[in-house]
Ligand binder design. Structure first.
Ligand SMILES: Nc1ncnc2c1ncn2[C@@H]1O[C@H](COP(=O)(O)OP(=O)(O)OP(=O)(O)O)[C@@H](O)[C@H]1O
Ligand SMILES: [Mg+2]
Length: 392
């Protein structure tokens, strides 16, 4: 998207009204926590029938929550944004299929999914850049019939960065501060504060077109937080960043979250999301196939793996592990062999290690890896697409 497009002309008007709506929405009970295989929630629409159906859904949701022993993984407190039964088709492609989601105040929500799954489409719909074909979107209580008001309370950082090349960093941010209708008295301060927040104050007088990709990412993040949005939508903000820049991005986002900003972040860098996000939603083929607290998702869907290394080429060990009855998913990871062992009680691990030593394999390292978001993601998306976790 090019700078200056409607999506970035974020007006501040309507914030007070937004706060009122936010208060009203805070009375909404927390939704069901896991949405894996859940039916979509009903529209909070205008008809009596749909209101009844919402009331029924709430009762069911509350009952469900009471029955659960663990703490709910839905948004805590106020709901800042809600999509209900949203679908979007591009010609022959069903990019989003009946997606429902609630985002709580101050939560960091990660969107993951394969290429083409529908993450960007969902973010662009939330950012009011494209309309859904069906379903409802509410942001701080505003519906899609109040797009200007929604734009006043959101910030959007697209995956494809557009910057005006013939401007200085300070001028660029000032331009967007004006586009966001920030009053002249606070504009300079907002620009300086934003440059500081994203760590580019030393580049204030540099031309935008001379910035490195990572610095452009920071500038675009700055552009999207200038007006202190309540909901910040970030589409792959970490792409192309070096490890230190990624770490710094995480710190910036955490600071924004501490200030109460709700953040939705789509990324393929799963370890960053595992580190930052309170909840994760997995999108696959246009559907939100799983939403859960990050910790629960990893614990419940992740796979414990064993990692073993032997002296020498290890091919014999590889073949032996492939033929071992309770082992599957055997694969190379550089010079280590990774695999899953059925059961995985300590006795099973001990038994396997004993067999390997008895067989004379020159093992130099043998340990169990904790489940990760990556393994949870693989399992969930494979389950969602009807794949089997095959022996490799
Ligand atoms: N403007 C468009 N015109 C036609 N098809 C589109 C358009 N935008 C998205 N699509 C299609 O919709 C589907 C979802 O695309 P989307 O960009 O939302 O995926 P994504 O999850 O963000 O993928 P990635 O991880 O590659 O960024 C894809 O099949 C894509 O080709
Ligand atoms: Mg995308």
């Amino acid at each position: 998207m090019r700078p200056g497009e409607a999506g970035l002309r974020l007006a501040r008007e309507g914030e007070a009204e937004g706060a009122e709506n936010l208060k009203e929405m805070s009375n909404t009970p927390a939704p069901r926590t896991r949405q894996l295989n859940d039916a979509p929630t009903s529209l909070e629409g205008t008809s009596q029938a749909s209101r009844d159906s919402v009331a029924q859904e709430r009762l069911l949701a509350e009952k469900h929550l009471q029955e659960r022993s663990r703490v709910a993984a839905g948004p805590q407190g106020a709901v800042v944004a809600q999509v209900t039964a949203v679908s979007k088709r591009f010609l022959g492609t069903l990019a989003l299929n009946d997606v429902s989601l609630k985002l709580g105040a101050g939560e960091m929500f990660g969107l993951v999914g394969p290429n083409g799954a529908g993450k960007t489409t969902l973010l662009r719909i939330l950012a009011t850049l494209i309309p859904p074909d069906s379903g409802e979107v509410l942001v701080c209580g505003y519906g899609l019939n109040e797009i200007k008001k929604i734009r006043g309370v959101i910030g959007f950082m697209p995956d494809v960065l557009g910057v005006y090349d013939d401007m200085l960093v300070r001028e660029y941010l000032d331009f967007f501060a004006r586009a966001s209708s920030l009053p002249a008295t606070t504009r300079d301060y907002a620009v300086r504060e934003t440059m500081q927040a994203v760590g580019i104050e030393h580049l204030a007088e540099q031309p935008v077109d001379g910035l490195s990709r990572g610095m452009k990412q920071r500038l675009c993040l700055g552009r999207s937080i200038l007006h202190k949005p309540k909901l910040l939508l970030l589409d792959e903000p970490a792409s192309g960043l070096d490890p230190l820049a990624r770490l710094e991005l995480r710190e910036i986002l955490r600071a924004l979250q501490r200030q109460g900003t709700t953040i939705v972040i789509s990324s393929h860098v799963l370890e960053d999301l595992a580190d930052m996000c309170d909840r994760i939603g997995v999108v696959s083929r246009g559907q939100l196939i799983c939403v859960d607290e990050t910790k629960n998702l990893i614990e419940e869907q992740g796979t414990r793996r064993l990692r073993v290394k032997a002296l020498g080429p290890g091919e014999e060990l590889f073949q032996f592990l492939k033929s071992y009855p309770e082992i599957d998913g055997v694969r190379w990871d550089n010079d280590h062999i990774l695999f899953r062992l059925g059961g995985q009680h300590h006795e099973d691990l001990h038994e396997l290690l004993k067999v390997l030593i008895q067989k004379g394999f020159p093992i130099v390292s043998f340990y169990e890896e904790a489940p990760s978001l990556e393994s949870a993601y693989m399992n969930v998306t494979r389950a969602g697409e009807g794949w089997e976790v095959a022996k490799s």
